[in-house]
Design a protein around this ligand. Structure first.
Ligand SMILES: Cc1ncc(COP(=O)(O)O)c(C=O)c1O
Length: 387
């Protein structure tokens, strides 16, 4: 065997030994609470009740979106045919960007939006394009991997600030005399679900002549009366905001957008390599997303957000009642669909010491009750039996 294969094999064995090896399961049916899955190594598929999707509003298999997708494919074909700057930018993409700009106009003066194939690419694009050599990026310690990778790709110096520590960030900004300062944070932290102090971060941006880049991947569609995300929920408005929303989670389709002052968006079109050097997503995706935005802001969206809030409250009540009294497991504060249960043993949590529970409006009351019962039973087992 070559040395490279030896090294790769060694790392995989080491992951196995720590119960940290990731394995994929195959979804045989559409995303839904009850889904038919073939687990890694299993001979046959099983129907399972799932709590790990990002389909917070239950739109991923919504018939109206499947219909819009098919309509989009009939109108524009299946492939975009090129990158946005060559000929891949369809009428559907343009309409989606206009609609998203209207959605964000109350929060960002002169807002425009730019559609990306994925949130990962949107984050790489924003940070690599805006974080030039003269800039400093202030990156929240628990930021998503895509923001970390975006900061790595940027020429800017990167300073991490401690998780949600506004005072520490204030001091770091005060000590920095770079002409461009970018504060970068998840809005809803993707692992533990709690919400960043976005209003305080924005106040710091205003005070220190900095900009605030907010990744609202887990807030868009879910937070705010109309589902417009964290800026709506907190009633914030500033021209110093750059917002990234993803469209493959609550919106139930795929892709992402950046909303910012039109000059920022113009600049991204000129300079953001992950925007320029890739084939545009199929126009049918954008066409389906227009239907998704209508669902999010319509009655169905309002009703699903309210149902999701009920499930979150039910889960937290239920789990609090079954947590062991010896403190060996606990449920940190989280007001969102992402609920972290800390158990402190890798094998028991299948790969990390946190069981990350993701709720959806499509979960019924009985589904959440089943989960609480199952977790209550598991938590009552001695460690070695569970491992
Ligand atoms: C906070 C955050 N940002 C960005 C992304 C990437 O978005 P996408 O899945 O659209 O690439 C994710 C998850 O996937 C995320 O959790």
């Amino acid at each position: 065997m070559s040395r490279l294969l030896d090294r790769l094999q060694g790392e995989i064995h080491a992951l196995d030994a720590q119960s940290l090896r990731r394995r994929r399961q195959i979804a045989e049916t559409a995303c839904a609470p009850e889904q038919v899955l073939t687990l890694a190594g299993a001979a046959a598929p099983r129907t399972m009740l799932g709590f790990s999707s990002n389909d917070y509003l239950g739109f991923a298999a919504h018939p109206a979106l499947a219909k819009a997708w098919a309509e989009g494919a009939a109108l524009y074909g299946t492939g975009s045919g090129g990158s946005h700057l060559i000929l891949g930018h369809s009428r559907a993409h343009a309409q989606l960007e206009e609609r998203l700009a209207e959605w964000m106009a109350p929060f960002i003066p002169e807002a425009q939006s730019l559609f990306f194939c994925t949130g990962y690419m949107a984050n790489l694009a924003v940070l690599s394009a805006l974080g030039g050599a003269e800039a400093v990026i202030f990156s929240e310690a628990l930021n998503h991997a895509s923001l970390i990778d975006g900061a790595r790709l940027a020429k800017a110096r990167v300073e991490r600030y401690p998780h949600c520590d506004v005072a520490a960030l204030d001091a770091q900004l005060a000590a920095c005399d770079a002409p461009v300062k970018l504060i970068v944070s998840d809005a809803v932290f993707s692992m533990d679900g709690h919400i960043a102090p976005v209003a305080e971060l924005l106040a710091l941006a205003e005070r220190h002549d900095a900009w605030l880049v907010i990744d609202d991947a887990h807030g868009f569609g879910v937070l705010g009366a109309n589902g417009r995300g964290v800026l709506e929920a907190m009633d914030l408005r500033s021209e110093r905001l750059v917002l990234i929303g993803t469209l493959g989670k609550a919106a139930g389709v795929s892709g992402a957008f950046v909303a910012a002052h039109r000059t920022v968006v113009d600049y991204l079109v000129q300079r953001a390599r992950p925007y320029i050097f890739t084939t545009a997503a199929p126009p049918a995706v954008a066409h389906a997303l227009l239907a998704s935005l209508a669902l999010i802001e319509g009655e169905e969206g309002v009703e699903r957000r309210s149902r999701l809030r009920e499930r979150i409250a039910q889960l937290r009540r239920g789990l609090t009642a079954v947590l062991p009294t010896d403190g060996s497991a606990w449920l940190p504060e989280s007001p969102t669909a992402i609920q972290p249960l800390i158990v402190g043993d890798n094998a028991r949590a299948s790969g990390c010491a946190m069981v990350r529970i993701a709720l959806s409006a499509s979960h019924g009351e009985a589904d959440v009750a089943r989960l609480v019962d199952a977790l209550g039973d598991a938590l009552a087992q001695p460690w070695k039996e569970a491992a």
